[in-house]
Design a protein around this ligand. Structure first.
Ligand code: PMT
Length: 416
């Protein structure tokens, strides 16, 4: 069964008898590892109490479009941006008609208009309503807009009719949502991803390091797993939980990371170097804790080996993606690193900004190859990682066979 770890699912519940099944649906999504938030319409609350869905999702239910508490916390635009998938289940005939007309009088309608996430609906209604030409036409409009539809199924309905219109079973819906993330675009490929900082010891209790949290590298590992890859994650010291089904090598120093990467490279197809590796280490590590007797002190540094450079010299057939952490002339410096380090691609980010780059939840990058320079605008590192995995899979396949899979949303080409 696919996992929904690291996936943010916003469940919209509308007012039909099938609303009682949304409790089970929220539980199934959470059991698959998803972070679930719930929006209810006022009529949904006639069928099921928000407290039930709050208890199952672990978060307060959102219902009011204008709610001063919510606006201070997670208002409708934040909710719309937060979601990876907006799943409306059950979606009544009335809700479907409102979506078609873009009505934004309810929180659910406003989020539908505002969200960049994939929208999925699980319709539920009387069989006569489902087959009515008005509903058939509405469904056609939503499908044209790339709204994905799960169900309905056929059977005995709450009203006593028999036919199409029952909401799909909650477990089936949850599994279909999980499949949505399993792109398979790197099926069977072996990936090595480095993440996080390295620590270069000064003495037994002190070290030099940097602000890397590992979020970018770990998000790439999750996205690569969703794409069907086998992933070895070589991680510096971070406080993140390891993605499931991933081989993890924990390392401390640049020298440790170098050894672990060289070992894993033997069988790899793709190497993504997202770690912030220290360029220098102490020339001599003090064996004992340095005493604070002197009024000043100085340390001498020696250059570390460049891991990505060594790997590209040793493994000509390995597809290698570097990252460039820059504070000025971001793309120009990245392009120089692409060439100097003999990489297939480089991902450039501006680490002078506090809203992206080191330790932030979001990032904005340039995807750069010898042919392309594409800006992937600011979004969560989780979403960005999925876009980068599409770029990588596309370029990897092109380099091997000339084939291309799919495009990345919201990218701006700045090819010069
Ligand atoms: O971890 P987060 O908090 O989520 O932050 C993400 C990030 C900012 C760390 C990430 O997006 C990023 O930019 N990673 C690369 C950081 C870096 O070391 O950049 P650089 O420009 O100094 O190095 C260029 C490339 O050479 C990188 O792929 C790096 O892994 C590699 N390198 C650097 C030094 C070295 N001794 N060996 C290397 O392999």
């Amino acid at each position: 069964m696919s996992s929904l770890c690291n996936k943010r699912i916003l469940v919209g519940v509308t007012g039909g008898i099938a609303a009682y099944k949304s409790a089970e649906l929220v539980r199934c999504l959470a059991n698959l590892g998803a972070d679930v938030r719930v929006i209810m319409t006022s009529s949904a609350m006639e069928f099921i109490r928000p407290l039930t869905l709050q208890a199952l999702s672990g978060h307060p239910v959102h219902s009011a479009l204008v709610d001063s508490d919510a606006e201070a916390g997670m208002g409708h635009i934040e909710l719309a941006r937060w979601a990876d998938v907006f799943l409306i289940a059950p979606a009544t005939a009335h809700c479907i008609a409102d979506l078609v007309h873009g009505k934004a009088a309810s929180l659910l309608g406003a989020v539908y208009l505002a969200t960049p996430a994939q929208v999925v609906i699980a319709p539920a209604m009387n069989q006569g309503m489902w087959h009515h030409p008005a509903n058939v036409a509405n469904m056609a409009v939503l499908k044209q807009r790339d709204v994905k539809v799960i169900g309905p199924t056929s059977g005995l309905q709450a009203c006593g009719d028999v036919g199409l219109g029952r909401m799909e079973a909650p477990l089936e819906i949850a599994e279909r949502i999980a499949e949505h993330f399993s792109t398979g675009i790197l099926q069977g490929k072996q990936l090595i991803i480095t993440a996080g900082p390295t620590r270069e010891a000064i003495d037994p209790v002190r070290y030099i390091s940097n602000r890397s949290s590992g979020k970018m590298g770990y998000a790439l590992a999750s996205a690569a797993l969703d794409a069907g890859a086998h992933v070895t994650l070589v991680s510096g010291p971070v406080s993140l939980s390891t993605p499931e089904h991933c081989v993890v090598k924990q390392v401390e120093s640049a020298a440790d990371m170098h050894r672990a990467v060289l070992h894993a490279c033997e069988t790899a197809d793709i190497f993504i170097a997202a770690a912030a590796v220290a360029d220098y280490r102490c020339a001599d590590i003090n064996q004992q804790k340095i005493k604070k007797n002197a009024a000043s002190m100085s340390l001498e540094f020696t250059k570390n080996i460049d891991i990505v450079n060594t790997v590209s010299s040793l493994h000509e057939n390995l597809y290698i993606v570097g990252f460039a952490a820059e504070t000025e002339n971001v793309t120009a410096n990245a392009k120089r690193k692409l060439k100097d380090k003999k990489l297939n691609a480089i991902v450039a980010n501006d680490v002078s900004r506090h809203d992206i780059g080191f330790d932030a939840d979001e990032n904005e990058v340039h995807w750069i190859t010898t042919q392309d320079d594409v800006c992937l605008p600011k979004k969560s590192k989780i979403q960005l990682a999925r876009d980068l995995i599409i770029c990588i899979a596309n370029d990897f396949n092109k380099s091997k066979t000339g084939a291309v899979c799919d495009g990345v949303h919201n990218a701006t080409s700045t090819d010069q």
